[in-house]
Design a protein. Structure first.
Length: 357
């Protein structure tokens, strides 16, 4: 009889926030390879990473920032930073470019270069012009800054200060091939921008990277954490986690974490299943929650609806006019068949309707 496996003290499955430890990141190899290819091509191509809530966008951007040097030739020519715009909260054009510059200033390659430090210091007090000067300086040194911007939609909360002119200016910067953006949104950014009534060539992104559910191989890789040689879960636990979480990355992490906790604390697997289902319901309910519509949004939606209704009014009128005779004939037929109207009366009524009398 085999002895029970000793419980690990640290759970390798991440169920809250982005994955900070690169050794605990699993899957998304194709997506990482594509990001590296777009970054290191003959000219950089900005990318829109698209995925719903809990699809792993934040973790992907973080992991790419941590591991890009292993994926590209001459990694020293890139300056890659990851910024969560929900936390940074830039509300104006100047604050946005200051946020990007502040992230670059923390890189060791920048800290060791006096001219770059001076340019970044100017950016901390300036706006687009100072940031453009910084890009010129970086380009002259053969350096390409790559900004991974998580929760990009947060910029749309400030349309009054970050409007069309801002996005047009940002578009001109990425078109200069002196910087690259990798932005993460829940829907394709052009659709989000259209819903916000923002029009700019910036939103016509060159490439999109959609995050779908894991493949079978990716799910197995995750469930073998922290190492295939010493996985935290045994084979039966991995089978249950796969059954409960299907191929959704976050749900797999969640199922595996409850199975891990059940063994560590001496609880049953039925306890783990119940706890998983309760937490899954809570998180999925949260993932489909949307903010109440503002009065402005309701008004805009109403105008669109009324405009469309007016445009189709003529079509509706024709359809209704075509249906009236059919309805009349159906009513007469019903009255005759049920005996509710004598045949003579029905014919007289029909002739009157037709204008014959």
């Amino acid at each position: 009889m085999s002895l029970p496996r000793p419980a690990r003290s640290v759970c390798p499955f991440v169920t809250a926030g982005k994955i900070e430890n690169p050794s605990l990141f699993a899957g998304r190899k194709d997506e990482l390879r594509r990001l590296a290819g777009w970054m290191s091509g003959s000219q950089p191509v900005s990318v829109n990473v698209v995925g719903g809530r809990l699809s792993g966008k934040s973790s992907l951007l973080q992991h790419f920032t941590q591991t890009y040097a292993q994926r590209v030739a001459k990694p020293g020519r890139f300056l890659v930073v990851c910024i969560c715009l929900r936390l940074a909260k830039p509300k104006t054009e100047a604050e946005f470019y200051q946020t990007l510059a502040a992230a670059l200033s923390k890189l060791r390659a920048v800290e060791q270069c006096k001219p770059l430090r001076a340019a970044l210091a100017a950016c901390s007090r300036g706006g687009k012009k100072e940031f453009t000067d910084l890009l010129e300086l970086l380009s002259g040194r053969g350096l390409l800054p790559v900004f991974c911007l998580d929760e990009f939609e947060k910029l749309f909360d400030h349309k009054d200060t970050l409007g069309k002119d801002f996005y047009d200016g940002l578009h001109s910067l990425i078109n200069s091939n002196k910087m690259m953006l990798i932005i993460a949104t829940r829907e394709p950014v052009e659709i989000v921008a259209e819903g916000q009534q923002l029009l700019s060539p910036f939103f016509n992104f060159g490439q999109a990277c959609e995050l779908k559910d894991f493949s079978e191989e990716e799910a197995e890789e995750l469930l073998l954490l922290p190492s295939p040689l010493a996985p935290a879960l045994d084979a039966d636990e991995r089978r249950l986690a796969r059954k409960w979480g299907d191929l959704q990355p976050h749900l797999l992490q969640l199922a595996a974490s409850f199975l891990f906790e059940a063994r560590r604390h001496g609880k049953s697997r039925s306890w783990a299943e119940k706890a998983f289902k309760q937490e899954r319901g809570r998180r999925l309910e949260k993932s489909v929650w949307t903010k109440p519509l503002s009065a402005k949004a309701i008004a805009q939606g109403s105008r669109k609806f009324l405009t469309a209704l007016a445009e189709d009014a003529e079509k509706c009128k024709k359809v209704l006019l075509a249906l009236v005779p059919l309805a009349v004939l159906a009513g007469l037929a019903y009255a005759l068949l049920t005996g509710k109207m004598p045949t003579k009366d029905a014919l007289d009524w029909l002739l009157k309707l037709m204008g014959a009398k």
